[in-house]
Design a protein around this ligand. Structure first.
Ligand code: TXA
Ligand code: MG
Length: 319
């Protein structure tokens, strides 16, 4: 069944087959995951991966995450190590991405990894993407489905708003459960978090039974998530704001300003996971309403708040 947007399709057997066929033929598709929507293509195909970079207008030096059904399928492409196994057992499928050494026999097209000798891999949990990955014999290179530096999409319609009719196939898997991108952890040597996310440092430390650093600068890669300007709603964002300037949209946590014009709460019950879920949704809504600037009050810097603040700091670099 088609949606009112002719390139957004609901998830059923027929559309699953259509997507598989499209991906096998070197096409790309907008696909749901539990974190954000992705723009997926065959990671073993240079043609497919080139399409992703082009559509997203993504700089070639920014590597993509490769998505697999399970660790068994990933083992041909990456060097599996003990830390990976420990984290995989507890957290996968789920919202975490691992950086590992690439095997020299790996079939991943080198441009997907920006020609690095490391690969980012993830095992997503959303039933649509899991079902799809199970039924194809290649992994999916899949960055978030937004034009480079924009906000990541959390529903099918957001993907449409990014690419309009340039993207022929979007599968509607409903609203994403988490709403911000996966935690990225480098496991090539001592574990290091490169991008904070829903899976927290504390939780990872408990599983690995050791301290883990958060290091947002990678020596090897200028990752998009690490680039200074990113996750931008396209209008100026000011963080750590105390007082409403009388014009801008004011984003906060709690219900102190309930029903007041220009005020937007990320979570009335002060829940940081809910705030993360609402973050991109609220920023997109504010932009659509025509505000020219966004003020954001201080967000607590623990748990998922660390991931929210990471995204907001970069959003605030929009000039
Ligand atoms: O939740 C997510 O991770 C979503 C969904 C669609 O899976 N994907 C996503 O992909 O956020 P993307 O491309 O927007 O972000 C990938 C992040 C970037 O910060 C990228 O630089 C980093 O992973 N990355 C990829 N390969 C890397 C590598 N070899 N070394 C270090 N960072 C890497
Ligand atoms: Mg992205």
């Amino acid at each position: 069944m088609k949606n009112s947007y002719s390139n957004i399709f609901s998830f059923n057997k027929k559309n699953l087959s259509k997507t598989i066929k499209n991906l096998k033929n070197g096409g790309v598709a907008g696909l749901p995951t539990e974190t954000v929507y992705g723009l997926g293509g065959n990671a073993y195909s240079k043609t497919s991966v080139e399409k992703i970079f082009k559509l997203k207008r993504r700089p070639k030096f920014n590597p993509l995450i490769i998505h697999y059904y399970n660790i068994k399928r990933a083992a041909g492409d990456v060097v599996v190590n003990k830390n990976l196994i420990k984290l995989y057992k507890r957290l996968c499928p789920g919202p975490i991405t691992f950086i590992l050494k690439k095997k020299s026999s790996s079939k991943i097209t080198s441009i997907a990894c920006a020609k690095l000798d490391t690969v980012a891999i993830r095992f997503p949990k959303h039933k649509v993407i899991k079902n799809l990955l199970k039924n194809i014999d290649f992994p999916l290179a899949m960055p978030s489905a937004n034009i480079s530096t924009n906000l990541s999409p959390t529903k099918a319609r957001d993907v449409y708003d990014e690419f309009k009719r340039k993207l022929k196939l979007i599968i509607d898997g409903g609203e994403c459960e988490i709403g911000i991108e996966s935690t990225v952890i480098d496991l090539t040597s001592e574990p290091r978090i490169l991008r904070p996310g829903f899976i927290s440092k504390d939780f990872i430390e408990k599983i690995l039974r050791k301290n883990v650093k958060i290091s947002l600068k990678s020596k090897k890669v200028q990752s998009p998530g690490m680039m200074k300007k990113h996750y931008s709603p396209g209008i100026p964002v000011k963080i750590n704001q105390k007082k409403h300037d009388g014009r801008s949209a004011f984003v906060y946590i709690g219900k102190k300003h309930e029903n007041k014009k220009d005020y937007f709460s990320l979570s009335k019950k002060l829940d940081l996971n809910e705030a993360a879920l609402n973050l991109y949704k609220v920023l997109r809504l504010i932009k659509k309403k025509g505000y020219k600037k966004i003020q954001i009050s201080k967000i607590p810097n623990f748990g998922t708040g660390i991931a929210i603040n990471d995204r907001l700091k970069r959003a605030a670099n929009f000039k």
